[in-house]
Design a protein around this ligand. Structure first.
Ligand code: C2E
Ligand code: MG
Ligand code: MG
Ligand code: MG
Length: 292
């Protein structure tokens, strides 16, 4: 009812009022109910070993199946969810759902590697967050080695001291930890070294431009070198062309994720790529001969 009234108001107000603000309010109303109505869904995007072509992991990416707006991208509601604190229950749902799906795939003999879940700052900063992860792993009966958690570079560096404590607890539980969107924040190398992490993900804004922008190419090379000097795996995000993949492969980047291989897929779409327990790409996107 409130939503209907809100919708009419929206048209009424657009002249005098900030349309974005109204839109935001409508969205917040809907977002509060979305969990109860079971409107979130996860899509999965593969992460590929650049040398062997093997599937190393999948990143779980949340979408909101909105009754009127259709499939809403996380970019449109995660900031609002973060602001309102709704990210905490939403993030918990995402983590549980990803673990549940991973367990199903494992039990069915479908090897997807690690399942990577994005954490928002507010979620990650909760004092009892490691305990929550532990409870979800127990509930879904998933071994921690099949889970990977991603926090962004800016989140990690914002309260670096706290980050170290939180990461240490998670690391001791046996899961993989990754720094997402690396290169976009202001990293302190001293802190980076003290984070018990296993992976850096190069932000796609650099990867996009490696062939057109010398600075982006230089930054990408530097991140690969930095990661390796710290014994970390390095993943390039947003790889769209074979040209980019080849450039990254030649410079020793370990893994790639991007539209060249696959867009994020629904669980059904994702499963359609399995043949005899192995994940296979269709048609022209096969990057290496190791996939038959
Ligand atoms: P991210 O974690 O850096 O995820 C990668 C984003 O890049 C995804 O966008 C993915 O669809 C997109 N992408 C992957 N390959 C390519 C490519 O080749 N080209 C281009 N142009 N884009 C590519 P998506 O799914 O819209 O997610 C956007 C962001 O929303 C994520 O960035 C992440 O920060 C956030 N997010 C997504 N799911 C969750 C979640 O469950 N929890 C939290 N806290 N944040 C999430
Ligand atoms: Mg991510
Ligand atoms: Mg990223
Ligand atoms: Mg650029």
């Amino acid at each position: 009812k409130a939503k209907e009234a809100g919708k009419n108001n929206c048209q009424f107000y657009t002249k005098g009022m900030n349309a974005t603000a109204v839109n935001y309010l409508l969205l917040e109303n809907d977002l509060r109910r979305a969990l109860e109505l079971n409107q979130f869904t996860l899509h999965y995007q593969p992460q590929i070993d650049l040398k062997t072509g093997e599937l190393m992991g999948v990143e779980a990416l949340v979408r909101w199946q909105h009754p009127e707006r259709g499939l809403v991208s996380p970019a449109h509601f995660i900031p609002l969810a973060e602001e309102t604190g709704l990210i905490v229950p939403i993030g918990e749902w995402v983590l549980r759902e990803a673990c549940r799906q991973q367990k199903i795939w494992l039990d069915a003999g479908k090897k997807v590697g690690k399942i990577a879940v994005n954490l928002s700052p507010r979620q990650f900063r909760q004092k009892n967050f490691p305990g929550k992860v532990e409870a979800i792993l127990r509930e879904t009966q998933l071994a921690p080695e099949y889970l990977e958690l991603e926090i962004t570079e800016s989140c990690a560096m914002e309260h670096a001291g706290e980050t170290i404590n939180q990461l240490n607890q998670l690391n001791q539980m046996g899961m993989y930890l990754a720094i997402d969107d690396f290169g976009t924040g202001y990293s302190s190398l001293a802190y980076l070294q003290r984070f018990p992490i296993q992976k850096l993900k190069i932000d796609r804004s650099f990867v996009n431009d490696i062939h057109d922008d010398m600075n982006d190419a230089a930054i990408t090379k530097t991140i690969i070198g930095l990661a390796h000097s710290m014994q970390l795996r390095v993943v390039a995000e947003g790889v769209e062309t074979e040209h980019q993949a080849e450039w990254l492969r030649q410079r020793g980047c370990d893994q790639a994720q991007g539209f060249l291989y696959a867009k994020p897929m629904s669980p059904k779409q994702f499963e359609s790529h399995f043949h005899g327990g192995r994940f296979c790409f269709d048609g022209t996107v096969i990057p290496l001969e190791s996939y038959k």
